[in-house]
Design a protein around this ligand. Structure first.
Ligand code: ASP
Length: 422
């Protein structure tokens, strides 16, 4: 029997998951066991397996990636290109969100703030006045987290930024020690990296089962009814994400990378579907690396530098979502944010999207930071919770797709051949 390609298996699992979740709902049981728990078990097992790979994978890929670059000019050039790509695409994403949320104004219904419709408390006048003069204090946090006091603790708590920073330094100084030790360490990390990729292969075989469980559980517990009142907000985010995913990034692939976007979508399908069902860029990282290297044909040198960094640092979908959500909440409260404050929102969205972890619902924390930065109450976050999960799945796919486009474009700029040529 011919083997069905993995992405078709995952896609089928996703469809079946939606169906199963919708049919069973939260309470159906079989032989006394609630089906939701069965779904949750399959999903969690898959997620655990992916997460289990992350810490050694990030370390091994960054250490070997940086050590492989060797000379510092090469590292500087690749680092610079990566940084420019990440900042540019995140900014483009935020601006797309900003334009759409200003045009659609999902927080207003018939010209009035939807505050009353959604049962929000009125803000006292004094608070509204204070909103004018706010700075963005909490951003310092992100930089502090970059240098953790304890690297093991940072890894255990999923603070990947600290782990990445440490691994970058480790890889850099690995190339600066005496040859015997250097070669030993180099081989050791290469070995770890190869083992991690093999382990990824095996975990991926179970992706269809895991995806089925995750999706069925989400649909069974949240259902579809919850987001009717927030439909316009939901659609604004989806439209903005779609513009970034279907127009901006493919244009960059075509114009800067000079490759066929269509081929790239196909190569990335397993990673996109995994991102969609796990809602976690970090958990998807092993799959992203596999697709970019094996299917899109980007070198290991570029992949292992650009992708682990991207999974934590480059989150276009998240940045876009933060901006739209913050402005939606302001509109819903009847607060007009002027150009200066919109600028604060854009800047904070950009910086917090760098600091946000690649895990489900991580944006919510960042949104409270933005709300604080412009002086809106953090409780307002409750407003968007009902639709957050589904939007999380979508923005995570966009996050992962942007990382992969970055790897392709940077690979091409570095003069690599054979990318997306198969
Ligand atoms: N779930 C997103 C990710 O992992 C982060 C977020 O926007 O909440 O990329």
């Amino acid at each position: 029997m011919p083997r069905i390609a993995l992405h078709w298996q995952i896609l089928a699992a996703l469809g079946l998951g939606v169906l199963a979740g919708a049919l069973t709902g939260p309470r159906t049981a079989w032989l006394g066991v609630p089906l939701v728990e069965v779904y949750a078990f399959a999903g969690t097992l898959f997620l655990n397996a992916l997460k289990m790979l992350i810490v050694p994978l990030i370390m091994a890929s960054i250490v070997t990636g940086v050590a492989g670059l060797g000379r510092s000019e090469a590292l500087g050039r690749l680092g610079m290109r990566t940084l420019v790509y990440y900042l540019t695409t995140s900014l483009l994403a935020i601006l797309t969100g900003l334009v759409l949320v200003d045009l659609v104004q999902p927080g207003l219904a018939g010209g009035h703030p939807v505050r009353d419709l959604l049962g929000l408390a009125r803000l006292p006048e004094s608070r509204l006045e204070r909103i004018a003069g706010h700075g963005a204090g909490d951003l310092v946090e992100i930089f502090l987290r970059m240098v953790p006091t304890n690297i093991v603790q940072a890894a255990a708590q999923g603070q990947m930024l600290g782990l990445i920073f440490f691994s970058l330094l480790f890889g850099f100084f690995l190339t600066r020690i005496e040859p015997p030790q250097r070669e030993t360490l180099d081989r050791f990390w290469q070995g770890v990296f190869q083992v991690m990729m093999r382990m990824t292969d095996i975990v991926l075989r179970f992706a269809p089962l895991g995806v089925f469980g995750l999706v069925a559980k989400t649909v069974a517990t949240t259902g579809f009814g919850a987001f009717a009142p927030l439909m316009r907000f939901f659609l604004t985010v989806v439209a903005a994400l779609a513009v970034h995913f279907l127009v901006t990034l493919p244009l960059l692939l075509r114009l800067v990378g000079r490759v066929s976007p269509w081929r790239h979508y196909r190569a990335m399908l397993p990673a996109l579907l995994t991102a969609f069902s796990t809602a976690s860029s970090s958990a998807t990282l092993p799959v992203t690396m596999e697709c970019v290297e094996k299917k899109a044909g980007v070198s290991n040198r570029t992949t292992s530098f650009v992708l682990p960094l991207g999974a934590t640092v480059n989150m276009d979908g998240t940045a876009l979502y933060e901006c739209v959500a913050a402005l939606f909440i302001a509109q819903a409260y009847g607060v007009e944010l002027g150009p200066a404050q919109q600028f604060i929102v854009v800047l904070t969205a950009l910086l917090t999207s760098i600091g946000v972890a690649g895990i489900p619902a991580a944006s919510l924390v960042a949104i409270t930071i933005i709300l604080g930065a412009v002086g809106l109450p953090a409780e307002a976050i409750g407003l968007i919770l009902a639709v957050d999960r589904l939007l999380d799945m979508m923005r995570t796919s966009v996050n992962v797709f942007s990382d992969s486009c970055g790897a392709v474009i940077i690979g091409r700029l570095e003069g690599e051949r054979g990318i997306l040529e198969a």
